[in-house]
Design a protein around this ligand. Sequence first.
Ligand code: ADP
Ligand code: MG
Length: 245
Amino acid sequence: MEKQREMIRVQNLKKSFGKVEVLKDVTLQVGKGEVVVLIGASGSGKSTLIRCINFLEIKDGGEIYIEGKSIDPKKDLTKVRQKVGMVFQHFNLFPHKTVLENIMEAPLIAKKADKEETKQEALRLLQKVGLSEKADAYPSSLSGGQKQRVAIARSLAMKPEIMLFDEPTSALDPELVGEVLETMKQLAQEGMTMIIVTHEMGFAKEVADWVAFMNQGKIIEMARPQEIFNNPKEERTREFLNRVL
Ligand code: ADP
Ligand code: MG
């Protein structure tokens, strides 16, 4: 396999909440432009892992490297937030702002970007997620799938190099899941580096470069999708897949 430039490396990451060790020793490497789908039972630590990468949680131990540089939450928080976009299960759009204003908000406030340029970029992103006609709509008038696509566009407005997704389709009605997955697939094809927590195994098979299986605070197996779905090495991976497939 051709060696890809490393984008993220998580090394021996540890995180506890009180006495509960949620991340025991997580090591994970993601190459530039790679898509890693993170799977595992509820409570296994998937959200905590990606929240640590974005410093929404502060790790207790281990290291996080972005493009080879160890990241210090005390010094690098703003830079990391800019480089690493995140999309959650719930869209958290600003209800009193239009779609366009939602997308423009972060670059205008955090980057003090030029207003006209930001608007043009926001319009371009809206087109990319297929929602040009909704620029002036308010979030309450959108479907769940449309809201989530706006949330993706809003995150892209900061020009991140890495996108993290935490169950982006879990709160959606089944018929709206596809359009959001399609947007994510398009991003992957454009070369975005992504870590995606999802239960959509069809999507994982089709889009992931790697599938990582998390169990009780550790990644116990990471392999190519066809490998992990057809021939998992670990008994616990097999058990999990038997339950969800
Ligand atoms: P997953 O996303 O795989 O379902 P999480 O990372 O959300 O798992 O949670 C892993 C464990 O950490 C769970 O037992 C959960 O209850 C606990 N946990 C997560 N966040 C917190 C928190 N802020 N405070 C206390 N416990 C938490
Ligand atoms: Mg979770």
